[in-house]
Design a protein around this ligand. Structure first.
Ligand SMILES: Cc1cc2nc3c(=O)[nH]c(=O)nc-3n(C[C@H](O)[C@H](O)[C@H](O)COP(=O)(O)OP(=O)(O)OC[C@H]3O[C@@H](n4cnc5c(N)ncnc54)[C@H](O)[C@@H]3O)c2cc1C
Length: 641
């Protein structure tokens, strides 16, 4: 019997609401933000996933091996659509012109709508294509390889706009009313962000007050950076509704409403323009006493943040998929250039410094694709599956890897990378749009959960099993009796859990696995336990203050994420190698082996950084920079403040 595979005891179920985290030392703003997001956390957290298990020292090979194959019928359905989409993109879409003009031609939007691109995941009974999450991710990949403006249009409409929350939370009447409209091509958008509400929705100002008869809500406020707004017919709007009393305390409520853009009082006040995504139809919208019927509430009153967070959990899977498309396009560019461009007597791809960059782009793209496909397949197997951790890891890792890929591609292309496609074309050079791709790519690490927020989210989830066991012990807001009882329970749990984290891993991996892949997967198993031990030690050392150690927690999250990337990559390589020719098999192996070898180096550096770092000094320095006048850092520049 394998110890890789043995189920460690799960921590006891969640304590009473509000007992997990001690909020007594927080200021009012921090407490409000925490209580609101805690209340909206997904209860699916009770079930563990491959990613969440890694933080508890559990590597369960049966959750990642064999790599989930797409069913032949599903693949064929996807292929038929993707072939049409690819032909359309090649023949009808000029991505440079869209970037130059900042507009997507109407016939492009019409053509995309006619082939069903606005309803890829919407069920056939509501007029959509009814394709799987995997096929949707493949479409995002295709779009991401060609035009980021179109990717954003389709993604903001379908991953976070009306379709996704409606599919997840809408009632039958709402689905019948709105899904056929959005499937046909009526564009939708998602309005959460405000001037003072970025990553922290607790400070939301847009409000919806019920009318005296309770049949309507009157919406007032302003939303910022709403993608697709300028072309949208329908919006999902998050607004504050009257507070509710929970456990004797008043708790802020956020509710999600479906709002028709042509409702009186909806006013688009500004179109925003950005560094990249020049044709994004993004803007500011004001709601002036907009009357919204109660039946337009999605899910239920007060469940808006849950709608938003759940929508984003699946929605953010689009970004790593699109980043795979970008990575593959980068490889196409550097492959040609590094073979053709001769400097210092050799093609630049033969110079080790350039070859190193190419290997990284290749391996990281393969890894991102493995994570995105693996996570998409979980959704296809079970629509209610908990993919929060894997989707966040894929988003965090994939968008950062894509940024490095485009950065390396620009370096490899040299001066031509920095020159615009139009300028290259005008002087007779190949119009390769690396600078456009770079401008378009940067936002991926900011929207749909910035990298910092993804790390905080993953850290919260990594600590969750421990908070369930010992949160009450450390919570000074609870009576002593309750804390003592919790301490007993926690003692029992850790008395068996902790020694297990020192046990060696023996196997549990399938036969026929290549020796190198096996060694890498054993490393994942071993280091998942090491990660769990070190996280536990950090909890003992810092207690409730661990929550403030963001950089340290970020290292734990990054280790877990790298382990997930390694496992998904090895599993996929194993699956691709089966039945492949020896030459092809060697190629798959070299991708996975190089990826894992580099990841292991990163993981070792991250472990080292847990105890050897300059975090405290850095934090103090940053606070000094923020507060003090430091002429050495401000002299000699044009002063603007
Ligand atoms: C092109 C574009 C399209 C967008 N589309 C939409 C859309 O369709 N709908 C919508 O609702 N919104 C949209 N947004 C908003 C986007 O989701 C936000 O920009 C994002 O949530 C970050 O919010 P913010 O910019 O206000 O940053 P802030 O929340 O002010 O954060 C600033 C910085 O601080 C970091 N930070 C914040 N809090 C913490 C913390 N507790 N710990 C550590 N670091 C922290 C952030 O990661 C970031 O680096 C869009 C934005 C852009 C630029």
């Amino acid at each position: 019997m394998s110890t890789l595979n043995t189920a460690p005891e799960r921590p006891p179920a969640q304590n009473d609401e509000g007992t997990l985290i001690d909020t007594s030392k927080m200021n009012a703003g921090q407490r409000a933000a925490l209580e609101l997001t805690e209340a909206a956390r997904d209860a699916a957290a009770e079930k563990s996933s491959f990613g969440s298990d890694l933080f508890m020292g559990r590597f369960d090979p049966s959750k990642i091996l064999p790599f989930p194959e797409q069913r032949a019928e599903d693949r064929d359905q996807g292929d038929a659509f993707l072939q049409r989409l690819e032909k359309f993109l090649r023949e009808k879409v000029d991505a440079d012109a869209i970037d130059r003009t900042g507009e997507i031609p109407d016939d492009v939007i019409k053509g995309l709508a006619e082939m069903g691109t606005f309803g890829i995941k919407i069920n056939g009974q509501y007029g959509g294509l009814g394709l799987s999450q995997t096929n949707y991710s493949r479409a995002a990949m295709l779009l991401g390889s060609y035009d980021a403006n179109l990717t954003a249009l389709i993604s903001a409409h379908q991953s976070i706009g009306v379709p996704q929350p409606l599919i997840m939370f809408g009632n039958e009447e709402q689905k019948k009313k709105y899904l056929p409209r959005v499937a046909k091509g009526e564009i939708s958008a998602f309005a959460l962000t405000e001037h003072d509400v970025g990553s922290d929705p607790a400070t939301m100002k847009t409000s919806a007050e019920p009318t005296a008869d309770g049949q309507y809500f009157i919406l007032n406020g302003e939303k910022l950076w709403c993608t697709n707004l300028i072309k949208a017919g329908i919006l999902v709007v998050m607004a504050k509704t009257p507070p509710k009393v929970v456990n004797g305390k008043s708790r802020n409520q956020i509710t999600a409403f479906i709002v028709d853009v042509n409702t009186p009082g909806v006013e688009i006040t500004h179109r925003c323009r950005f560094m990249g995504l020049k044709a994004l139809y993004n803007g500011v919208v004001r709601f002036n006493n907009v009357k919204v019927p109660r039946e337009n509430i999605l899910h239920a009153e007060g469940k808006g943040l849950k709608v938003a967070l759940s929508t984003l959990n699946t929605g953010r899977l689009t970004l790593p998929a699109a980043c795979v498309g970008l990575g593959k396009r980068c490889l196409e560019i550097v492959k040609k250039w590094a073979n053709d461009r001769v400097q210092w007597g050799a093609p630049i791809g033969k110079h080790a410094a350039i070859a190193d960059k190419i290997a990284k782009i290749a391996a990281n793209t393969f890894a991102t694709e493995s994570m995105a496909l693996f996570t998409s397949s979980i959704v296809d197997r079970d629509k209610k599956a908990d993919i929060r951790i894997e989707a966040a890891m894929a988003k965090l890792w994939g968008t950062e890897a894509a940024w490095r890929a485009i950065d390396e591609t620009m370096q490899i292309r040299g001066g031509r990378g920095y020159e615009t496609a139009d300028s290259l074309r005008a002087r007779g050079d190949a119009p390769i749009p690396v600078e456009r791709m770079m401008r378009d790519c940067r936002i991926n690490m900011i929207f749909e959960g910035s990298s910092e927020i993804m790390r905080l989210f993953l850290a919260r989830e990594a600590l969750d099993p421990h908070l369930k066991v010992s949160g009450a012990v450390l919570n000074s807001q609870l009576p002593m009796g309750k804390r003592a009882a919790a301490a007993m329970k926690a003692g029992l749990f850790y008395a068996t859990w902790y020694p297990r984290q020192w046990l060696p891993s023996f196997g549990g991996l399938p036969s026929g696995l290549n020796g190198k892949l096996k060694a890498h997967l054993k490393y994942v198993a071993r280091n998942s336990r090491r990660l769990a031990r070190r996280l536990f030690h950090a909890m003992i050392k810092f207690g409730p203050k661990l929550e403030r150690e963001q950089v340290l927690l970020g290292r734990f999250v990054d280790i877990g994420t790298e382990l997930f990337a390694m496992a998904a990559t090895c599993s996929r390589a194993h699956s691709l190698m089966r039945g492949a020719s020896p030459a092809k098999s060697a190629e798959f192996l070299s991708l996975a082996d190089y990826f894992c070898a580099s990841t292991r180096l990163r993981i070792e550096t991250l472990f080292h950084g847990l105890t050897h770092n300059a975090d405290a000094k850095g934090y103090r320095l940053a606070q000094t920079v923020l507060k003090e006048e430091m002429p050495v850092l401000s002299d000699g520049i044009v002063k603007l403040q």
